[in-house]
Design a protein around this ligand. Structure first.
Ligand code: ADP
Ligand code: ADP
Length: 224
């Protein structure tokens, strides 16, 4: 589904964030990118999502080298910054934006908004401008926007940061349902306790942006 080889990324100030990462993600897998702050998880996720061009190496999607619109339409990437998803006058329009871009009917967009708003407790916030939301509410709205396009592959950068207990449970349930439906899910997290809930396989990154271990969640957690 996603095949990365020799991926490397350096920021302009010379910081090497990702260094020589080889990673294959199979259809339907649940993979966690685990590592301490600064390990390169966010950068790797942006590279895998096609949102940053690698300095070295390459990423192939669905067996093709062409990261065109057809590929982008199948990827849902949640970055750390909710502001990237919230740029319309209202939360409702933010969630509808993706379905509209895909050319779906207004009725289908409405159905998705209603379903996601219910799940993430956003119903009372739909007509509000997104900048008038709390941090956790913004995060939930951003997640709803990403899910509204029904992606085949989800790449989530620390999706539970800033999300409270109730909504955390909702998100974990939803990820389980999506996984059962065959959606491929890659989640980055610094939190070892979370890994077993979101992944069957773990890619452990060290501080230098390299993969230090990979294996089943059980193996990697036992060894660390
Ligand atoms: P993580 O998500 O695991 O916390 P990041 O991918 O955010 O790791 O960061 C990896 C490394 O790249 C860190 O050393 C971090 O300080 C550095 N880094 C991240 N963003 C930038 C940036 N915009 N400019 C320079 N260095 C950065
Ligand atoms: P159904 O036909 O039962 O609605 P779906 O394939 O639409 O099944 O969705 C299965 C589950 O995934 C639903 O419970 C829903 O919450 C969630 N889901 C995934 N993507 C979306 C989306 N874009 N809009 C609404 N729900 C979604």
């Amino acid at each position: 589904m996603i095949e990365a080889s020799g991926l490397a990324y350096r920021y302009e100030d010379g910081t090497t964030a990702v260094d020589g990462v080889d990673l294959t993600i199979e259809a339907g897998e649940r993979v966690a990118l685990l590592g301490p702050n600064g390990a390169g998880k966010s950068t790797l996720l942006l590279l895998l999502g096609g949102l940053l061009p690698p300095d070295d190496g390459s990423v192939r999607y669905f067996g093709t080298d062409q990261p065109g619109d057809a590929v982008r339409d199948r990827l849902g990437v949640l970055t750390q910054d909710p502001g990237e998803y919230l740029f319309n006058p209202t939360v409702r329009e933010d969630i509808e934006y993706g379905p509209a871009q895909l050319g779906l009917s207004a009725a289908e967009a409405d159905r998705r908004v209603a379903e996601l708003a219910e799940r993430f407790d956003l119903e009372h916030l739909l007509d509000r401008p997104p900048f008038r939301l709390s941090g956790g509410e913004q995060r939930r709205a951003a997640i709803a926007s990403v899910l509204s396009v029904d992606p085949d592959v989800l790449l989530l950068d620390e999706p539970l940061s800033n999300v409270d207990g109730n909504n955390e449970a909702e998100l974990l349930d939803l990820l389980d349902e999506l996984s059962a439906d065959g959606v491929t899910i890659v989640t980055s997290t610094p939190d070892t306790d979370l890994v077993a809930a979101v992944a069957d396989r773990v890619v452990l990154l060290g501080r230098d942006g390299r993969v230090v271990a990979t294996g089943s969640t059980r193996e990697v957690l036992t060894d660390t």
